[in-house]
Design a protein around this ligand. Structure first.
Ligand SMILES: [Zn+2]
Length: 354
């Protein structure tokens, strides 16, 4: 039995207007909008990246399928029967990107209903510490919606060591709920408010941060720096945490050309997962790039590291780059059954405490 430890099924109605660049969410949502954007992009640059545009269209279409069930079924078909999936919802109400059409608890409730139809899913709950009474929401999730873990997305504007998260960690540690945290820099999904607001949010940082000459994306990367988790890991010795995306494609690429750079997040994460017993990393999204398959295989030959890597794809975010087949078949075939079983069965079971 395999696990895909990182997928999404949230819908268009869970996403604020400024979620995709250029306001694409709203524009692509309507047929005339799609037509006009296609025409506009083609006129703008006859050599424009139609591939990227097509992928965005596919991404938006999946989000508009009408139910989390349909979105999930679109992913499920690529995996052997019996595969289990950790589903990560998103609370995007506090990212300064405009109003989210549907209330966050309704997204969680729908996910809970999906869990009744498909017992092979593990619903989680994204905790944004700016939402009031998050601990109550988590408890309700566990009682009513089948919640089996917590998701963090720090680039939306909070630090993992935020004090408001401490009761959540306490509860997770006590109830054997793992935490999955987004951990890649320069992501297009980040706090969308003003630079002044971001600098204010960053002012509670425990380490000095250089803000001069940095754009919003760069500034928001500070929230999600893997080193921020050292404090949480020390304060919660039994809490299981997964740093998602293993530092990102950007960092893997950089590592292959400058392997000596100690500030590379790939290097930092590799080091941290070897050192901290309960820290893991997943390969979701990042391994859409087939050029990284050899490096992954090399990591899996290390006895310590191979026990700390989780198989996840980041469906359907990864549709903006490739399709699910890359993860479900190509990657599995490349690394071979024994490695695949390690990252898709053995490690996820340990991570989930089952
Ligand atoms: Zn994701």
């Amino acid at each position: 039995m395999y696990f895909n430890t990182h997928i999404h099924t949230f819908r268009d109605i869970d996403v604020p207007r400024k979620f995709l660049p250029l306001g694409l969410v709203r524009i692509l949502a309507s047929k005339p909008g799609y037509f006009l954007t296609a025409k506009f992009l083609n006129n703008l640059n006859p050599f424009s990246d139609n591939d990227l545009f097509d992928r965005y269209i596919k991404f938006v279409r999946i989000g508009k399928l009408g139910s989390q069930r349909k979105i999930f079924e679109n992913c499920m078909i690529f995996y052997p029967e019996g595969t289990q999936f950790i589903i990560l919802p998103m609370d995007m109400a506090y990212m300064g990107a405009g109003k989210v059409p549907r209330e966050y608890p309704d997204q969680l409730k729908e996910l809970g209903e999906l869990n009744k139809i498909y017992p092979q899913i593990y619903p989680t709950i994204h905790i944004d510490p700016r939402r009031p009474k998050v601990l109550d929401l988590l408890k309700k999730g566990v009682d009513d919606w089948g919640t089996k873990g917590v998701k963090l997305y720090p680039p939306l504007g909070y630090f993992p060591y935020d004090e408001r998260l401490y009761p959540v960690y306490e509860y997770c540690q006590k109830n054997n709920l793992p935490v999955i945290a987004h951990c890649s820099p320069y992501n297009p999904v980040h706090y969308k408010g003003s630079k002044k607001d971001i600098i204010k949010l960053l002012s509670v940082s425990h380490t000095p941060i250089e803000t001069k000459g940095k754009n919003k994306k760069e500034l928001c990367s500070n929230f999600t720096n893997p080193l921020n988790y050292a404090r949480v890991l020390n304060d919660f010795k039994d809490l299981k945490i997964c740093l998602a995306h293993f530092g990102s494609e950007y960092m893997w690429e950089k590592y292959l050309t400058e392997p000596g750079d100690e500030n590379n997040w790939f290097v930092i994460i590799k080091d941290m997962i070897s050192r901290y017993t309960n820290l893991y990393s997943d390969i979701s999204f990042t391994l859409n790039n087939q050029e990284f398959f050899p490096l992954l295989k090399v990591l899996l030959s290390n006895d310590k590291l191979k026990r700390k890597i989780l198989f996840g794809s980041d469906y359907y975010m990864v549709e903006t780059k490739t399709n699910e087949r890359r993860f479900s078949i190509d990657l599995r075939a490349y690394i071979g059954e024994s490695h695949f079983t390690q990252i898709a069965t053995t490690n996820p079971k340990k991570f989930l405490g089952i």
